[in-house]
Design a protein. Structure first.
Length: 156
């Protein structure tokens, strides 16, 4: 699959212009963590994506693995309130969909894991994007640059 913009870090306004209005976009964990924690370097690079979702121009899809990864930091800091706030954002905000890891996603993840030698959480992210027919997967994980089964944007 042709993957324009491969290799860029973040999702600039120019990058967003390539994504059709109304598109479903799969999102890996790191961009969410950067955004929610207001990371000084990376949050601004991904904020146009979250702005587009808030404006109703895009829909985000995440896996339950993303939910677990994003909530881990607050739980590790013994901040259950923040973990629940993150959960609320990811599971109940307009423009967000959370997809469970079912048997189809698991089987696709296994295929991807074997083909690309991905870590299981990464394979599940990609499999979720494929299963939902997302327009692209947005990530900050350079290990996903080798995936050819779906458009990957924002690889750092």
């Amino acid at each position: 699959m042709d993957r324009p913009d491969q290799g860029r870090v973040g999702v600039s306004a120019e990058h967003l212009e390539d994504i059709p209005d109304g598109a479903l976009v799969a999102l890996d964990s790191a961009p969410i963590i950067y955004y929610l924690q207001d990371h000084p370097t990376f949050a601004p690079r991904f904020s146009p994506l979250f702005d587009a979702v808030a404006e109703g121009r895009l829909t985000l899809v995440i896996s339950t693995v993303t939910l677990a990864e994003v909530m881990t930091g607050p739980f590790a800091a013994d901040n259950e309130v923040l973990a629940m706030q993150y959960r609320e954002v990811m599971c109940h905000s307009p423009g967000w969909q959370t997809i469970p890891v079912d048997e189809n996603v698991a089987a696709e993840a296994a295929r991807l894991r074997a083909r690309y030698r991905l870590r299981l959480p990464d394979a599940i992210q990609v499999a979720t994007a494929i299963a939902t027919r997302a327009w692209a997967l947005i990530t900050h994980d350079s290990a996903l640059a080798k995936v050819k089964d779906i458009r990957v944007l924002g690889v750092g």
